[in-house]
Design a binder for this molecule. Structure first.
Ligand code: AMP
Length: 222
């Protein structure tokens, strides 16, 4: 099974991806986490991409496609969850081609949807643990102890790109570059829109229902 999760910044994509991967034993490929890790290691890729992330711009496709192709090869026999990839049509076409070479395709492409004022509110209140990458929201999902991660006690941080100015830019980039994926995945008959309102469990239940229906349909068709 290969699932794509996409949606505007702040929609709760990362949180849902973590929960979904655990629930269905999927390998979660978060390109954002991967890039942030490269930056924190100050690796050659990290140094190349740092400015793009800081400004809220997309990293150039050639860098992203190389990263993804390597991951696809490493995880050829695993069920995958793409969190944050593809981000534009070129990346989507390329993913399709790479999967086709392995006689695979996309099972479901989820687009998470939420109104813009709610997105901005969520982003301004987002904090994350730089060690385990767990995501918190100061209003809807705060840590038990102020400012530190429940799991490892590490001090929570604000992402550098969660500032009002960069958030605005990222939302615009989403509209211009990523939103066209909706029609693309509709044409491939794998598109599902998810209402991202409500708490984490409510949203996860909506996604889970669709994944279970997909798995059942696979069982009956085999
Ligand atoms: P995310 O954690 O998914 O919000 O991603 C954070 C940032 O990483 C984005 O604003 C981009 O700068 C970069 N990024 C993540 N995934 C991609 C991708 N598939 N293509 C280009 N840039 C990406």
């Amino acid at each position: 099974m290969r699932i794509i999760l996409f949606g505007p910044p702040g929609v709760g994509k990362g949180t849902q991806a973590q929960a979904l991967a655990e629930k269905f034993n999927l390998v979660r490929l978060s390109t954002g986490d991967l890039l942030r890790e490269e930056i924190s290691l100050s690796s050659p890729i990290g140094r190349k991409v740092e400015q793009f992330l800081r400004k809220g711009h997309l990293v150039p496709d050639d860098i992203m496609l190389e990263i993804i192709d390597n991951i696809l090869i490493e995880n050829k026999d695993r069920d995958l969850l793409f969190d944050g990839f593809p981000r534009n049509l070129n990346q989507a076409h390329s993913l399709e081609r790479s999967l086709a070479q392995m006689e695979q395709g996309i099972s479901i492409a989820f687009e998470m949807h939420l109104e813009e004022d709610e997105l901005v509110k969520r982003l301004m209140n987002r904090r994350y643990c730089p060690r385990c990458e767990r995501i918190y929201n100061l209003i809807t999902n705060p840590p038990k102890k102020d400012g530190v991660c429940d799991d490892d006690g590490v001090k929570l941080v604000t992402r550098e790109d969660d500032t009002a100015e960069v958030i605005k830019k990222r939302l615009k980039i989403y509209e211009d570059e990523t939103r066209p994926l909706v029609n693309y995945y509709k044409l491939l008959n794998v598109y599902k829109q998810i209402d991202a309102r409500g708490n984490q469990d409510e949203v996860l239940n909506r996604i889970t229902e669709i994944v279970n229906a997909y798995l059942n349909s696979k069982c009956t068709s085999n």
